[in-house]
Design a binder for this molecule. Structure first.
Ligand code: DHB
Ligand code: FE
Length: 284
């Protein structure tokens, strides 16, 4: 961290850390599951689409050079994970989901950090003593597609704080804050206490933010919880859960909402919000 510790989701902070995290989580050597033949086929198709857009819109030399300059800046600013996860990942997820029957998935996004603290089935996510945000209880059960509970399923959960910032990426938030791996009980049940996150804004001061502003789009994602639900012998589900009535739910910049993924939290007698959600995993 630098001495200019301003608490904002700066591109230099969140975007670039997302690149470092992505790199750290990739295996070394040739990427697995990517054949030379597919590279030829898919890259050809992408280039054909680019050429078609240039023809259709009579793209000029100044526009072509501006595009090159912007692409260089996205790389230099470390914003490729951020940009690709916002504008491309949802379609990769849709294609992957075509062969899956269980709970609906959504994009992983750039802010997942593996190896978080393991927590019992009834647990509170690590939070600051003065963590802001409405207290939220998120509970449910993990089952297989025949309705049988999956004992010991893991719920790897992470979310933004009440200002929309993620620990490990925005400055000034303790490591592991609002992140954890909750282990369900022998009935696949879990009950997670946390706070309600705020909507997330794409950092506005980097090349992705500038593109969004120049294009006249908005940089917001609705408030969401991220989860990867997994158990040995089952296909993991990477998903996100949103909140009924939440701002930006109908215009997510990342196009990653689905009607099945919207929670309807209810106020409990103790004042906390509570939401139930069950997960269904496919067998591998
Ligand atoms: C991005 C951020 C998120 O929190 C998310 O869930 C998906 C994408 C992004 O900035 O790319
Ligand atoms: Fe997110």
């Amino acid at each position: 961290m630098t001495t200019t510790d301003k608490v904002s989701p700066t591109a230099a902070g969140s975007g670039a850390s997302a690149t470092e995290t992505f790199r750290a989580n990739q295996q070394h050597g040739a990427p697995e599951g990517v054949s030379a033949e597919r590279v030829g086929t898919v890259v050809r198709a992408v280039l054909d689409s680019v050429h078609e857009a240039i023809r259709a819109h009579r793209v000029t030399y100044p526009e072509f050079q501006a595009a090159k300059k912007w692409l260089i800046e996205v790389g230099e600013g470390g914003e490729w994970p951020l940009f690709l996860d916002v504008f491309v990942e949802h379609v990769v997820e849709q294609v992957a989901a075509e062969t899956q029957q269980g709970s609906k998935g959504s994009i992983l996004g750039p802010y997942y950090l593996p190896g978080q603290q393991r927590l019992p089935s009834v647990a509170a996510l690590p939070a600051r003593p003065d963590e802001k945000g409405a207290p939220l209880v998120f509970a449910g059960q993990v089952r297989d597609i025949d309705g049988r509970p999956i004992a010991g399923a893991e719920l790897d959960i992470w979310h933004a704080d009440a200002q929309g910032y993620y620990s490990g990426f925005a400055p000034g938030i303790p490591e592991g804050n609002l992140r954890g791996v909750v282990v369900a009980d022998d009935q696949g049940r879990f009950e997670i206490s946390t706070v309600q996150p705020a909507p997330y804004q794409i950092p506005t001061d980097g090349p992705t933010g500038r593109l969004i502003e120049t294009a006249g789009w908005h940089p917001w994602r609705p408030a969401h919880l991220h989860l990867i639900v997994r158990a040995p012998g089952y296909r993991p589900v990477t998903t996100q859960l949103y909140f009924e009535g939440g701002e930006w739910l109908d215009s997510d910049v990342a196009n990653a909402t689905k009607p099945e993924l919207v929670l309807s939290p209810k106020a409990q007698p103790d004042g906390r919000l509570r939401s139930e959600y069950d997960f269904v995993l496919d067998r591998t």
